[in-house]
Design a protein around this ligand. Structure first.
Ligand code: DC
Length: 229
């Protein structure tokens, strides 16, 4: 069967990562979480004092530091994928509220995007990959054979994120989580460089009222259509 490229884009906490991970496992493809790469870059900026409440992100210093930011992935013994920043496992830290609060302003910086997009394209050069993010079907892999755009209401997404944070042992305030999601939606869709938008040839998956199994069924059917013949 021919190998294809699968791009899954959508809003924050729309469930696209879980879906992309499950799909990759099922069809034996590599999974890459592009959001984790923006998050790890943000963590680097936070740790190196490149963010301040008053003046935002120190763009000049962050751009200068890009060659020192090395991001990779490993499969942990429990079979989950972990993100490494310069060799250190930062999976837990990049999911916290501090990184979530700073990641959108970092992700608007064109040089950061170019650096990470190039890395993402390298990961996908042999196809057989499922990548999720915001601009995968539009910018990273515009020729991807299968493109999916996932959407759900902000409230449903905030509830998912809220439950996820509790599960991870870092409970947060629901209203703060909802506000963060709405703010990120705004920044992600209105930024100049590769804003979040549906690729013309993407399949829209509205998963407000869909179970994981139902979503997987839809994705597998689509995959079958795209790889047939
Ligand atoms: O998918 P996520 O919530 O982990 O992504 C974190 C942030 O990274 C999100 O607010 C927008 C940004 N992002 C992006 O700009 N482009 C991508 N391809 C993936 C994520």
């Amino acid at each position: 069967m021919k190998k294809i490229t699968i791009a899954i884009d959508g809003f924050s906490s729309s469930g696209k990562s879980t879906m992309a991970k499950q799909l990759a496992k099922k069809i034996g493809y590599v999974y890459v979480d592009s959001g984790a790469m923006y998050r790890a870059t943000t963590l680097y900026a936070l740790r190196h004092g490149m963010t301040s409440k008053d003046s935002g992100v120190d763009t000049t210093s962050l751009i200068a530091a890009l060659p020192d930011i090395h991001i990779s992935f490993i499969i942990a013994p429990d079979e989950t994928q972990h993100t490494l920043l310069n060799g250190e496992d930062v999976e837990k830290e990049i999911r916290g509220m501090e990184v979530s609060g700073w990641v959108s302003p970092v992700a608007v910086i064109p040089e950061v995007r170019h650096y990470l997009v190039e890395l993402q394209q390298q990961y996908g050069k042999d196809k057989g990959i499922v990548m999720d993010g915001r601009d995968i079907g539009t910018t990273v892999f515009p020729d991807a054979e299968m493109k999916v755009f996932v959407q759900a209401s902000p409230e449903v997404r905030a509830k998912r994120r809220f439950d996820e944070l509790i599960e991870k042992g870092t409970p947060s305030d629901f209203e703060a989580v909802l506000a963060n999601i709405k703010e990120r939606d705004h920044i992600d869709t209105t930024r100049k460089e590769s804003p979040l938008r549906k690729a013309e040839d993407a399949f829209v998956l509205d998963n407000d009222r869909m179970s994981r199994d139902e979503q997987m069924e839809v994705l597998l059917k689509l995959f079958e259509e795209k790889t047939r013949g």
